[in-house]
Unconditional design. Structure first.
Length: 164
């Protein structure tokens, strides 16, 4: 799994004095099915960690805890397996078809990432986890794809892309 999205940006920028919100509630993770193990099954592992499919979004790959903490699992479109046109679910057998969604533009994240030590947010919590975090080039490519998807005849919908 590779941390992508806003959380990855925060991990790269640290406490930099930039015009960004300092935290986001959700987490986005890219999966590289080429190195994804068959066991444990992702759905079983997520449920064991008290995640359930997000009933508010009802989308493949959208998971949430009882406390409302969301996690989105995504697979790069080119690795998401064959499926009928228009389907959002990634096909990564033997894992459940709704466990992750396909997303264009994440291909760079499976080659441009850095292992990072991630500390707990609570200063009294001493846990540290080592995780792969998407690199700046991968994050830029993903954002450009997202902007491209959200562009219509009137331009970019800035509220959905974070770009003006």
């Amino acid at each position: 799994m590779i941390v992508i999205g806003a959380q990855a940006i925060y991990l790269h920028t640290g406490g930099a004095a930039v015009a960004l919100a300092e935290a986001t509630k959700d987490s986005d993770l890219a999966l590289d099915k080429r190195v994804l193990a068959n066991e444990p099954l992702l759905e079983v592992a997520l449920r064991a960690a008290n995640f359930i499919p997000n009933p508010e979004t009802n989308q493949p790959g959208a998971w949430v805890t009882a406390r409302g903490i969301p996690v989105d699992l995504m697979v790069p479109e080119s690795l998401a397996g064959a499926g009928p046109g228009g389907r959002r679910a990634a096909r990564i057998p033997p894992h459940a078809k709704h466990v992750a969604r396909r997303a264009a533009g994440l291909e760079a994240a499976v080659v441009d990432y850095t292992p990072m030590q991630i500390k707990a947010l609570d200063p009294s919590d001493t846990r540290v986890v080592r995780a792969h975090v998407a690199g700046p080039a991968a994050l830029l490519i993903a954002k450009l794809h997202k902007v491209g998807e959200r562009t219509d005849t009137e331009g970019v919908k800035s509220s959905e892309t974070g770009c003006a």
